[in-house]
Ligand binder design. Structure first.
Ligand code: NAD
Length: 462
């Protein structure tokens, strides 16, 4: 298969969305000229006045029908997600269910988090209000093209902010559909969309916005933080990672290896909490690798629209080339191919298992975001923990082992979310949070919802 052409023709005021599977055109959107972004923000500021003046429960009632509106169009959304970025159709449906499946509960949780509180210490009586900031810029990536915008837009709107969304240039059509559906419910101007690439993102950050909520790479997060600093604009940054999996000697080796395959190859490895490094003690390394290779061989590769497909193409040629270069560099430095690394074609990177990875290799330190499982053999758990923690990133980590033992090891890992014998996702109400350079601020949970608000305290003497 010939690699598809690269996406955007900069001479045209449209952004053409290309299917990474076969290079066909999925759709196009009109690019917002950067110099028009301030006008969009000014319209948002006007619309915010009335939206922010509504009560929390009124805003909840406005947004409540969103879940059904999206669920009723599950097939449209799922197909578009798959066409735009290559995710297998069952994962696309899973993304939709995870996005709106508990919407009413989520709205109630936000109302509870943002309801004003009274404090009385005997001499002073204070009321703490959780007020909107004003205009919130949401800037999002392509790997969960529905969920990532929703995770930022919903709490920002519920807090009474007006929102301007700048979705990824790789998934503009899904984002446009999401905004069109939401705008069936909202007054004009409260939620707008700006299409384009980094120029439009920069223009939005530079415009008169009060809060910038960003999900994307660490590098872009740093640029945004620097650009926001002159106006001391509030930022919430959810960034990339290099998540470790620590396998302990008392782990269920088969379960750990199956988890490693699933979490390294899901969404072709294009998940912020993908397993990017696996630390395994020498004593169980071989059975672990054998099982990982076996699981890797069972993966069905193909067109994301085919229900049987488990692994689709990478989002674009740039991402494919980055992953292949990391693999080739690792092999040149002594890594062994235990599985895969042959038959790459078009935008597909075949699932690959590498062993004999060492800590100094780029593939052990820089985010890969591709379908590669990297096995690093260690002498004991102390070495595994030391290497796992020796990273600037810290979004998630996973430990497999006897539950009490693994829970103790979990407390020694420097990440924001740690899964024990499971993926990192927490119970309902837990924050989505990164440590170190994987995040600055966070969302979900009572405290996460409050980050979309300005607290104000009114106090009276008793
Ligand atoms: P990216 O940083 O390249 O782009 C993200 C968004 O920022 C896009 O909309 C892009 O147009 C915009 N942008 C680019 N430069 C900008 C600038 N200077 N100012 C303002 N906006 C700018 O990231 P990506 O490739 O779209 O997404 C992949 C990355 O996102 C990975 O690193 C992944 O780990 C991360 N991610 C993190 C989480 C999380 O929850 N922590 C979730 C999903 C993805």
């Amino acid at each position: 298969m010939t690699p598809p052409p690269d996406v955007t023709d900069h001479s045209k005021p449209t952004l053409v969305s290309i299917n990474p599977y076969d290079g066909s055109i999925v759709g196009e959107v009109t690019v917002t000229p950067s110099d028009q972004v301030p006008d969009v923000v000014s319209k948002a500021r006007q619309a915010q006045q009335a939206w922010g003046a509504r009560s929390l429960s009124e805003r909840r009632d406005v947004l409540k029908p969103l879940g059904k509106l999206i669920e009723d169009r599950t097939d449209d959304f799922a197909k578009l997600i798959t066409l735009e970025m290559g995710k297998p159709i069952n994962e696309s449906k899973g993304e939709i269910a995870a996005t709106v499946g508990r919407l009413e509960h989520e709205l109630d949780a936000i109302v509870e988090a943002l309801t004003c509180e009274q404090l009385d210490d005997g001499t002073t009586c204070s009321t703490i209000y959780h007020d909107p900031f004003g205009v919130c810029a949401c800037i999002t990536p392509w790997n969960f093209p529905l969920m990532m915008p929703h995770w930022l837009v919903l709490p920002a709107l519920m807090a009474g902010n007006a929102v301007v969304l700048k979705p990824s240039e790789e998934s503009p059509v899904v984002a446009q559909l999401y905004i069109d559906v939401l705008n069936q419910l909202l007054p004009p101007g409260v939620l707008q969309i700006v299409h384009g690439q980094d120029d439009q993102g920069k223009a939005l950050v530079a415009a008169d916005v009060d809060l910038i909520c960003f999900t994307g790479s660490r590098e872009t997060g740093k640029h945004i933080m620097a650009a926001a600093s002159s106006g001391l604009k509030r930022v919430i940054l959810e960034l990339g990672s290099k998540d470790p999996l620590v396998v302990l000697e008392d782990a269920d080796v088969k379960a750990a290896a199956r988890f490693a395959a699933g979490n390294s190859f899901r969404n072709a490895g294009q998940v912020c909490v993908s397993t990017e490094r696996v630390y395994v003690p020498k004593s169980i390394a071989q059975p672990f690798i054998d099982e990982l290779v076996k699981a890797s061989g069972e993966i069905v590769i193909g067109d994301g629209l085919d229900e049987a497909t488990v692994l689709g193409p990478m989002v674009n040629a740039g991402q494919r080339d980055h992953v292949l270069k990391q693999i080739d560099d690792a092999i040149a430095d002594g890594a062994q191919v235990a599985f895969g690394h042959e038959g790459h074609h078009g935008n597909f990177v075949m699932p690959t298992v590498l062993t004999a990875i060492t800590h100094d290799m780029d593939i052990a330190r820089t985010e890969t975001f591709g379908p590669v499982a990297c096995v690093i053999t260690v002498n004991d758990e102390d070495e595994a923990i030391r290497l796992a923690n020796d990273s600037d990133f810290g979004l998630g980590a996973v430990v497999f082992g006897e539950p009490d033992h693994a829970s103790k090891v979990a407390r020694r890992l420097n990440a924001g979310m740690i899964g024990v014998n499971k993926s990192v996702g927490g119970a309902c109400g837990a924050p989505w949070v990164g440590a170190r350079q994987s995040g600055y601020g966070y969302h979900a949970s009572r405290d996460g919802h409050r980050q979309f608000c300005q607290p104000r305290v009114v106090s009276l003497a008793k």
